[in-house]
Design a protein around this ligand. Structure first.
Ligand SMILES: [Zn+2]
Length: 349
């Protein structure tokens, strides 16, 4: 058995399930360090300690992976906000912050690339641009000594294949996850199992889904992916109560509140749809039952979700020390030293 403290992603997957916390954009937006809309991780440069703190909280809660916060820290996003000159520093700093936390916690250090928002099927120019963006980011990650690269949130399978090629040229293990919107297919119209199989056959070490769909609408897709591929399958839903009628978190509508900016809860008013920790545990057990081996939670994830996921996999991360124990609650508990007049009042709460 490899030493857990030094084992990389592939060794750990050979031993059992791996947990990878995602969702840095949403959590740092909620904390007031990042702007919804453009969603660019300038926080890496402006408040590096806030990024390091969130990495630490996720590891404390059970994440085996520290994913450098370079999601949407790519050239197209920096161009959009007029700060392309900060691109390299942002990437190198994000990797350095993640590396420090990974080192102190023996977690896996992962680089990250994602959808470019430039890629267009059939356009060679867009493919070239996307490839150049992946190449520069993977290069910085390689310099930082990452163990693997997570390529995530791709709606076009062809864009994911392009990203995979770049990761492979760098000689790094690749986790490739697709983002599935309302239609259960990629944006170019491939079935999800077929797209995952293409990625696996092209050499991806882990394939699966991240973001966009909540547990309830991701699970049916996972059921089809697992038997279609011969590599570990990843499942990182958003922690929101999506449904067959509203399968993506962008498609959720809130009849309980009529004044939402833009008319929809996404992205800043999803709170009433948030999955509780028990729903995340249920999802984890169900996905594991299907054969999923790489777990996480994406946009909207809090450390309590990650802890719940880790515990559902039989782990006891440091944060489990504080997992709920209601036995000593003054009104609802069972401890024999609790006062009877309070316990008797429990039903009145
Ligand atoms: Zn996400």
């Amino acid at each position: 058995m490899p030493d857990a403290a030094s084992a990389g992603l592939l060794e750990r997957l050979a031993e059992g399930p791996v947990v990878c916390a995602e969702g840095y954009l949403f959590e740092l937006e909620r904390r007031g360090y990042l702007q919804a809309g453009a969603f660019v991780p300038e926080v890496v440069l402006e408040r590096p300690e806030a990024v390091a703190q969130l990495h630490r909280e996720f590891v404390h809660a059970g994440s085996d992976v520290v994913e450098a916060f370079t999601y949407y820290g790519h050239r197209e996003k920096l161009r959009l906000i007029g700060k392309e000159h900060l691109l390299e520093r942002l990437n190198r700093d994000a990797l350095k912050i993640a590396a420090e936390v990974a080192r102190e916690s023996s977690a896996i250090l992962a680089g990250n690339i994602c959808n470019t928002n430039l890629y267009r099927p059939g356009s060679q120019a867009s493919s070239d641009q996307a490839r150049a963006m992946f190449t520069e980011q993977v290069g910085w990650a390689l310099d930082a000594g990452v163990d693997c690269i997570i390529g995530e949130t791709f709606s076009y399978a062809e864009e994911a294949l392009l990203a995979l090629e770049v990761v492979q040229q760098a000689g790094l293990p690749a986790v490739m996850t697709l983002a599935v919107h309302q239609a259960p297919e990629t944006r170019e119209g491939w079935s999800i199992p077929a797209a995952c199989k293409r990625l696996a056959d092209a050499g991806a070490d882990v394939v699966g889904l991240n973001c966009i769909r909540g547990p309830r609408t991701m699970l049916p897709l996972l059921r089809e992916i697992v038997p279609a591929v011969n590599v570990p399958v990843a499942a990182l839903p958003v922690p929101y109560r999506t449904s067959p009628a509203e399968p993506s978190f962008q498609s959720l509508r809130d009849p309980g509140y009529g004044d939402l900016p833009g008319g929809r809860p996404f992205p800043t008013a999803l709170d009433p749809f948030t999955c509780n920790r028990y729903e995340i545990a249920d999802f984890t057990r169900a996905a594991r039952e299907l054969g999923v081996r790489y777990f996480g939670v994406c946009c909207g994830a809090g450390p309590h979700h990650i802890r719940s996921m880790a515990e559902a996999l039989g782990r006891t991360p440091p944060a489990s020390r504080f997992s709920a124990d209601m036995s000593k609650h003054a009104f609802l508990g069972s401890d024999t030293s609790l006062l009877e007049h309070n316990l008797a009042y429990g039903g009145e709460l």
